[in-house]
Design a protein around this ligand. Structure first.
Ligand code: FEO
Ligand code: CA
Ligand code: CA
Ligand code: CA
Length: 545
């Protein structure tokens, strides 16, 4: 039996019967450590739970730190270039030239076989660490970081100042962004991007960054004159041109955007699946109006707001045939409801499409879309095109552990207005994981899954079975199909996020976010009292040792 690989070409499933076999996995899960599996990264034996303040990997794997919060990424002055004794960072103190706070999403943009850019999101911050708004504004957003392979073939931060000046960049809450879509008539430009959670790399090698919990900046950090309507969008960045303006694509709606899972449809249109990570919010789908006609290399092109397929298209929200308890295995049918002022229900509520998009959640609610238990990441299986969403957990719905929720379109992605769904695998003691957050299908359709149990709840009932937050892999086939095999265990209080493979799958880039969260003591990564979120590269030692 297979977990996700149904061996069918798109469109995938039309029969509910064929879904039933998958439900048995939840009953037969074994989470004993030591199970052997060969992932695209290499073979490994699954780890046991741990509560240690250590980053634990399977035997034969190591990691390097690429950058930690506060490390300089851009040396702007040339006077130290020929000074061998000058440490990078000696001359640069501005937050704007440093790797930002709480790194999350990682996008890999290849430049050559041994050079690449990483686009890294910075999700939020701790005001105790950075109390002043002016500095907070510079510590969030996105870092663009050039990396290159060393003589062993391991990816490292590129220390060459010239390379840094050519590529490295901080996009912050002060960076002026342009706007595409209907909201452009109200906001032709906005100031900054923030709350950058997860994202995606497009087929034309730009980066999408998702603005999630923008409310924090207003309600918790108390930023002055905060205009919330400027945030909660998906923003496209051209990483190859450091002077280019990011574009907020308002056609994709405004919400707590966790991530965006992209599919290039059979008719060359872009389809985007998105989750709104908030209690009783929804799953969305966007279909671009126009087929793709994008240059492959934006080094020589400006990314104009209206050029991108995300500038125009239809936005839909998911409605299921019944109100589910997401704490139970279940399946059924659903449909996509179009969020347009052409709909008579919505026409009576919104004056324009721009106003509708600004209040996307409200529009979805007016159409009686189905609330979910906090949809975090979604990912599309390369094997069968099915879409899996991590529903993380929901105190309001007494859902402690979350689940994996799967959508199978009835027709090709861009045309399908109906789908089948399964609440597929439940978090909990049987499956061995709780609070799924970041998920990513690798090229073999194995699902990598990182959990995000709040630091304050870690290693306490009912979450104690899981130990620290971890990275699991759920194989798509073979004897362990459907089981969550632990690949990595995070330091105290941290979550893993930003699951990102190099093109050759020899390196897994990962964000280790908020070690020490929830009042836990963490000394990771440098053994000091100051724990730091960091971007790491994981690799199999045998390749070069
Ligand atoms: Fe940024 Fe919902 O995690
Ligand atoms: Ca997340
Ligand atoms: Ca978190
Ligand atoms: Ca989370």
């Amino acid at each position: 039996m297979k977990f996700l690989g149904l061996g069918l070409a798109l469109p995938a499933l039309n029969s509910c019967d064929s879904l039933i076999e998958h439900f048995s996995y939840n009953e037969n899960l074994e989470v004993t450590p030591g199970l052997e599996f060969k992932s695209p990264l290499g073979p490994f034996k699954s780890l046991a739970a741990s509560s240690l303040d250590e980053l634990i990997l399977p035997e034969g794997y190591s990691y390097d730190i690429i950058r930690s919060y506060g490390d300089v990424i851009l040396r702007v002055h040339e006077d130290h270039e020929n000074d061998e004794n000058a440490e990078i960072g000696d001359c640069e103190q501005s937050q704007e030239l440093k790797f930002g706070y709480n790194n999350d999403y990682i996008g890999f943009i290849p430049l050559s076989s041994d050079e690449a850019l990483l686009a890294v999101n910075h999700e939020f911050l701790d005001p105790l660490d950075i109390p002043v708004e002016a500095e907070q504004r510079k510590a969030v957003g996105v870092s663009i970081v050039k990396i290159k392979k060393d003589s062993h073939g391991l990816w490292k931060f590129d220390e060459d100042p010239e390379s840094q000046r050519e590529f490295n960049r901080r996009i912050t809450a002060n960076t002026v962004c342009t706007v595409s879509g209907a909201v452009r008539e109200l906001y032709p430009e906005v100031t900054g991007t923030l709350a950058n959670c997860s994202g995606a790399v497009t087929p034309w090698n730009t980066v999408l960054t998702c603005e999630e919990n923008y409310y924090l900046f207003d309600e918790v950090y108390k930023w002055k004159n905060f205009d919330a309507k400027q945030y909660g969008w998906i923003v496209e960045i051209n990483p190859l041109k450091p002077d280019s303006k990011p574009i907020k694509h308002t056609a994709l709606g405004r919400m707590a955007h966790e991530n965006c899972a992209l599919v290039k449809s059979h008719d060359e249109r872009m389809v985007v699946y998105m989750g709104d990570d908030k209690e009783r919010q929804f799953i969305y789908k966007f279909v671009s109006k126009n087929p793709l006609n994008m240059p492959k290399n934006f080094k020589d092109h400006e990314l104009e707001p209206n050029l991108s397929p995300f500038s125009e298209g239809d936005l839909y929200v998911a409605k299921l045939d019944k109100n589910l308890k997401f704490t139970e295995i279940n399946s059924g049918k659903g449909k996509w409801l179009k969020l347009s002022v052409d709909n008579p229900v919505l026409k009576s509520k919104f004056k324009s499409q721009a106003e509708l998009l600004i209040e996307t959640r409200l529009a979805a609610k007016y159409l009686a879309a189905t609330p979910m238990d906090r949809p975090e990441s979604l990912s599309v299986s390369p094997k069968d095109g099915s879409i899996v969403a991590a529903l993380t957990y929901s105190p309001a719905e007494k859902n402690n552990f979350g689940s994996l929720f799967r959508i199978v379109e009835d027709n090709p992605h861009s045309e399908s207005m109906t789908f089948h769904y399964e609440n597929l695998i439940l978090g909990g003691k049987a499956s061995g994981f709780a609070c799924p957050d970041n998920i990513y299908f690798d090229k073999n359709s194995n699902l990598w899954l990182a959990t995000d149990i709040d630091g304050i709840k870690l290693n306490k009932a009912p979450y104690d079975f899981q130990g620290n937050n971890s990275l699991f892999i759920i194989p798509s086939e073979g004897p362990h199909a459907g089981k969550a095999l632990r690949f990595a265990s995070a330091p105290a209080g941290a979550e893993f996020c930003g699951i990102c493979f190099s093109e050759d799958y020899k390196t897994l880039f990962l964000s280790v976010q908020h070690p020490g969260e929830g009042g836990l003591q963490s000394r990771w990564p440098y053994g000091t009292n100051v724990a730091k979120s960091s971007l790491i590269a994981i690799y199999q030692e045998l390749e070069w040792w």
